[in-house]
Write a protein that binds this ligand. Sequence first.
Ligand code: SIN
Ligand code: FE2
Length: 202
Amino acid sequence: MLVLPKGLRHIPGHLDRAGQEQLVNEIRTVVGQAPLYRPEMPRTGKPLSVRMTNCGDLGWVADKAGYRYQDRHPVTGAPWPPIPDMLLQLWRELSGDSRPPQACLVNFYDDKARMGLHQDRDEQDFSAPVLSVSLGDACLFRVGGTERSQPTRSFRLESGDVVVLGGESRLVFHGVDRIYPTTSTLLRDGGRINLTLRRVSG
Ligand code: SIN
Ligand code: FE2
């Protein structure tokens, strides 16, 4: 049996196919207003393999200067589009927090993209959980403890799955080892979308 750290919830198939299709349409609208771009690693400027954009009052960005939240798209300079109602509803349902999310990071993974083990700790307040939604191709998700040296385990995330990192698991290390190409028909051209909703300022 896979024992997950306390405060970490994996909810397989939380969104049914119709819900996933509706959400993809909402995300297409977001990406139409705030195009995906390729962020860079702090200092080295090495491009990440994942393309990103955001919606909400604040967006998470990465470039040579570092990681931070800002209220504008780094390429277009425009404010981020609003978080779709469907995601606000999902947050109300699952976050256990009465405040609305301030940021929604949109990650797009092609067949080769991955994300190294990291903590989500650029927020000023960790009392609200991070709520993450998977759409499209499956991935191998890895999760460890709150110290990098702690053991990790991995499991598959499928389209429609939701993961909640809250409580004692709010700061656990996590990452995406690999994408499993052609495992979903949701996205016409394949790939995986991950949406993460967060509170930033408390
Ligand atoms: C992230 O940690 O930002 C993304 C996690 C995921 O793609 O499932
Ligand atoms: Fe993360």
